[in-house]
Design a protein around this ligand. Sequence first.
Ligand code: PLP
Length: 335
Amino acid sequence: MTFSITDILQARQVLRGKADGTPMVPSPFMSGVCGQDFWLKLENMQPIGAFKLRGAMNAVANLAPETKGVTCCSTGNHGRGVAYAAAKRGLRAVICMSNLVPQAKVEGIKALGAEVAIIGSSQDDAQREAERLVAEEGLVEISPFDDADVIAGQGTIGLEMLEACPDLETLLVPLSGGGLAAGVAVAAKALNPRIKVLGVTMERGAAMHASIAAGHPVDVEEVASLADSLGGGIGMDNKLSFPLCRDYLDGTLLVSEAEIRDAMQALFFEDRMVAEGASVVGIAAVLAGKLPPATGSIATIITGRNLDMPNFAKLISGQDTQIGDLLLKGKPYGA
Ligand SMILES: *Cc1c(COP(=O)(O)O)cnc(C)c1O
């Protein structure tokens, strides 16, 4: 399978006026921390509250006219994107999820008119249900990350970031299945070959990081994380997002749950933004001193805002938070 900037330029035509053109704003706080301009690409401003609308809309637009309906396996935001895009095209959508997915995300998907199937306690269990729907009910499955149309859709973010800021030195991309990082890295490097694109993910369950290190897709144990949108494996038969991340990323960085919490608090109290744990891993890496000293401007993607507000309120106010089997001791911002 081949993939190039051409796919991303085509996706841009499909998404124009529907799922593009989110703001790119400076963060005075983070710029102060880095001593360099620090930019936030606000994909939390998408109609579904996350960037995944881009890939989903591009994939749904490219389906054959006789398609009966679509299904996918999703930690929430891809499902929401597919549900939204399918509804716009008048197609049936069945979204398969594990019981690790926060209730707020399930409700968000149902509100868009899609059917929801909650199966088992891992992405793999949800995946088997999606495969059954394809085999028995003739639906078309849209992978959240290992699909050329999806990667092309996500890649349009990279085009917009480099057009807004052509001299970016470092781009920090939240990393899970790698559809976002693959598309953004291909786009960014087409426009500026010198840019460094780093994937950032949580220590707990870093599937793409472990796979790149091993040289092939590997399974990691899936556990709960504040960055729930980054959960799940990359697929042992990964065809596209793994080789693209392996070849185009300049490295990967890992952050802890406490570092993710600190970054969510910083973004909230300093820049007054509500963002998912998955969205702030780039900020977390910088605040934790995990980036080499910058000599030019930095940007990250605020990938989504679809979190559980009661839990967010507790985390922000410094209360203890249970994350699966881990108790994260509370800490008020700045304490
Ligand atoms: C899906 C998702 C990511 C990671 O994207 P991948 O293409 O799976 O690497 C990051 N942030 C949010 C909010 C997401 O929903």
